[in-house]
Design a protein around this ligand. Structure first.
Ligand code: SF4
Length: 276
């Protein structure tokens, strides 16, 4: 359901949290999915010790991201998923995966509050690249959230809103996975400057892969143009980064970090899915 997010007030300020069992994901592609256990190498079950991760990070740092993605698909099979908000980096990775292992599942966190252009881009990418796409949702509409928490919780307590609509659904979704690909890059913000290529996420018990960590914004856009890939038209309207409508604004001078424009006027820089 798409809603008009500005200027609406909902319900009461009851404090009940949503039932975690209501958090759901479903495939945009097919209702009946095979269990994601096939194609998993024995290497995927070996402990991800610091020594092992350091060796792999050193190995992949100097190689094209496709080498890491090929290793990941060989190692994790159906236990590998890519998470994306359909930003430029995510589209690059989707395209690489479509050439390496097109059955790899992509997922997105649908907060119900994404830009209409983002939903349209998701449909276009599904059509052009053919990867299966899972929609991960918290199981609670914004109206229900207003009733159970606060009206426009994103203004009152954005950390709580992000936790309910992004972090909690992600953690539950990753319960069933072994490895999670992201589009994080070191040049996106100071907070992301030390992003490794591989890291273990103990809270989710998954290996997190950031294949474009060493890439620059210029490299990403070069790849998009060279491969004639679609991208979100909001980027041409001054939005360096796109999240939920209430928490994203255009930036007049968008030459800074590509996370500029998110949660403007606050200290908040991350929704929590990469920091918890
Ligand atoms: S980005 Fe804003 S609207 Fe979206 S989940 Fe976080 S606080 Fe809520």
């Amino acid at each position: 359901m798409r809603i008009s997010v500005m200027g609406r007030l909902w319900g009461t300020d009851a404090l009940a949290a949503p039932d975690p069992d209501s958090i759901s994901w479903f495939s945009d592609t097919t209702a009946d999915r095979m269990p994601r256990t096939s194609g998993v190498s024995p290497d995927a079950y070996a402990p991800w010790t610091r020594t092992r991760l350091a060796a792999l990070n050193a190995q992949f740092e100097e190689q094209p991201p496709q080498v890491l993605l090929r290793w990941a698909t060989d190692t994790f099979g159906d236990g590998l998923v890519q998470g994306t908000g359909f930003g430029p980096s995510g589209i690059v990775i989707m395209h690489m995966l479509s050439e390496i292992r097109p059955e790899t599942t992509v997922f997105y966190l649908d907060t119900d509050l994404l830009f209409p252009e983002t939903y349209e881009l998701k449909d276009e990418l599904k059509e052009t690249l053919g990867l299966p796409i899972d929609r991960v949702h918290c199981g609670m509409t914004p109206e229900e959230q207003a009733d159970e928490e606060e009206p426009e919780l994103w203004n009152v307590n954005p950390d709580r809103c992000c936790y309910l609509r992004k972090v909690q659904p992600l953690e539950r979704y990753l319960d069933d996975q072994r490895a999670w690909i992201t589009g994080l890059r070191r040049d996106q913000s100071e907070m992301r400057a030390d992003t490794p290529i591989l890291e273990w996420k103990p809270n989710c018990q998954v290996l997190k892969l950031n294949p474009l960590a060493p890439w620059t914004r210029k490299q990403v856009w070069q790849y998009l143009f060279e491969h004639d890939l679609p991208y979100n038209p909001k980027h041409d309207q001054g939005y360096p980064s796109l999240g939920c409508v209430p928490c994203t604004e255009p930036v007049r001078d968008a030459d800074g970090y590509t996370r500029d424009g998110r949660w403007g006027g606050t200290d908040k820089q991350e929704c929590g899915i990469h920091t918890e």
